[in-house]
Design a protein around this ligand. Structure first.
Ligand SMILES: Cc1ncc(COP(=O)(O)O)c(C=O)c1O
Length: 450
């Protein structure tokens, strides 16, 4: 069991005094001291396996030696000069590399930013500039970020939009296929077809498709609870979009860089997205995001429509080049498939044993366990979900949840089978402890999550 002293509690109390609550969703009192590979050590000396990867950022693990080396080497040369005014080699090299590895054998251009929110927002701006249309279609439960534009196209929760008044106009939300809890039919069968009908109805009754600039989507809806639609859904949707000149924006901020067992989750489809937003894992934790899109789209808007002083920072670009090399050299995409398949299999065995596991779903190492009160009603068991995460932390595993009841399984892609087995043992005993009522209700005061 982890041990926490006043060392940790003092920092947390101090933080509550100085930091805005808007910046944090509390899980457990873990103050990071150091991290390496799949492990995080807190300031008390407790060690944890990391099944969160800083929210799908650390695909190459913590402090991969190669990333560490290039960042330190670069830090001795120069820390920053804005690429908006001057050139630097890693910036150009990274743009070239992203064009090479992202889907689409056509002329592309790249623009860098700092966070995923800004990349998603920029993708929308580029689509509007190119098509000269205003309307955008997005999905309920989608998470694209918290800046004004990215929030406007996010349908994650009403809480995140509260008291913001009118956001960006002309955004239309449609349901995302959910094969477990389809909001459009009771049987969950062919949920994606119901969603397509809904989109057709939108175009027939609310907005003409000729006025729609783009549809923005997550190839796997991440924060919405790891929803994996059938490939037919997006293939069919693409046909509708192609007919009406609507651009497809894939938000790969969470799914990119090997997370789902493909370098990019969009590779599952028969079409190539017109614009791809990248972030999170791109630079192994150094701040960076990017938009990669067809050249003609990116040439349709001029400076300074997407220009930020610290975007394309040289340390971040070096870290990103190293990240891509590591993913290729260490076959991390294949590892995501191997370990991910193993985990899904083992979670399904757990599902046979524990009634509270309503559903196991995911791709690669982006896996969700839906915790329910009753398998027939599928009512979310928010308290049990929180308690499972809490007990996992107490026994050496960083495990978070989202969408209230979905355990979020996203370890670094470098994880070995042995490490994965150990982590799954921790999760299994946490579930068993919670089922047996061995985790007190008191913990619910501390763990809030999202
Ligand atoms: C799909 C997706 N897009 C955009 C974002 C926003 O990224 P950031 O928090 O770096 O702004 C996230 C973050 O969770 C995300 O999951």
């Amino acid at each position: 069991m982890v041990k926490i002293t006043s060392k940790t509690n003092d920092i947390i109390e101090k933080e509550a005094k100085y930091l805005s609550y808007t910046t944090r969703v509390p899980y457990f009192p873990l103050v990071v001291d150091k991290a390496k590979g799949v492990y995080v050590t807190d300031i008390e000396g407790n060690e944890f396996i990391d099944f969160l990867s800083s929210a799908a950022v650390l695909n190459t693990g913590h402090n991969h030696p190669k990333v560490e080396e290039v960042v330190i080497e670069q830090a001795h040369k120069f820390l920053h000069y804005t690429p908006a005014y001057m050139y630097h080699q890693p910036h150009t090299e990274l743009a070239e590399k992203l064009i090479e590895i992202t889907p689409g054998n056509f002329d592309k251009r790249v623009a860098f930013a700092i966070s995923g929110s800004v990349a998603a927002e920029g993708a929308v701006k580029a689509a509007k500039a190119y098509t000269r249309r205003n309307h955008i279609v997005s999905f309920m439960r989608s998470y694209h970020g918290t800046t004004y534009g990215s929030l406007s196209v996010s349908g994650y929760s009403s809480q995140m939009r509260r008291n913001q008044g009118t956001l960006m106009p002309d955004v239309h939300f449609v349901p995302y296929p959910d094969n477990y809890r389809c909001s459009l039919n009771d049987t969950n069968s062919y949920c994606y077809q119901e969603c397509l009908k809904h989109i057709r109805l939108l175009f027939e009754t609310v907005v003409s498709p000729e006025e729609v600039a783009a549809i923005i989507f997550e190839p796997v809806q991440g924060d919405g609870g790891i929803l994996v639609p059938e490939v037919e859904f997006f293939n069919e949707l693409h046909k509708i979009c192609a007919k009406h000149g609507i651009l497809m924006i894939a938000d790969e901020v969470q799914t990119g860089f090997g997370r789902t067992g493909k370098l990019f989750a969009s590779e599952r489809y028969d079409f190539v997205p017109d614009i791809i937003a990248l972030g999170k894992a791109i630079a192994s934790g150094m701040p960076l995001s990017a938009i990669v899109a067809r050249a003609e789209i990116m040439e349709s808007w001029g400076a300074p429509q997407f220009m930020f002083n610290t975007a394309g920072n040289v340390l971040s670009c070096r870290a990103a080049l190293a990240t891509i090399e590591i993913i290729e050299e260490e076959n991390l995409v294949a590892n995501a498939v191997t370990i991910g398949d193993y985990m899904i299999n083992r979670f399904n065995h757990m599902k046979d044993k524990y009634e509270c596991i309503g559903d196991v779903r995911g791709l690669g190492l982006l896996i969700g366990l839906d915790i329910v009160k009753d398998r027939s009603t599928k009512e979310r068991d928010i308290e049990k979900t929180k308690k499972i995460c809490w007990r996992s932390w107490e026994t050496g595993l960083i495990l978070a949840f989202f969408s209230s009841s979905v355990l979020r399984i996203c370890p670094p892609l470098i994880i070995t089978l042995e490490q994965a087995e150990h982590a799954l043992d921790i999760i299994e005993s946490a579930i068993s402890d919670v089922e047996k009522g061995r985790v007190s209700d008191d913990v619910l005061q501390s763990i809030k999550g999202w």
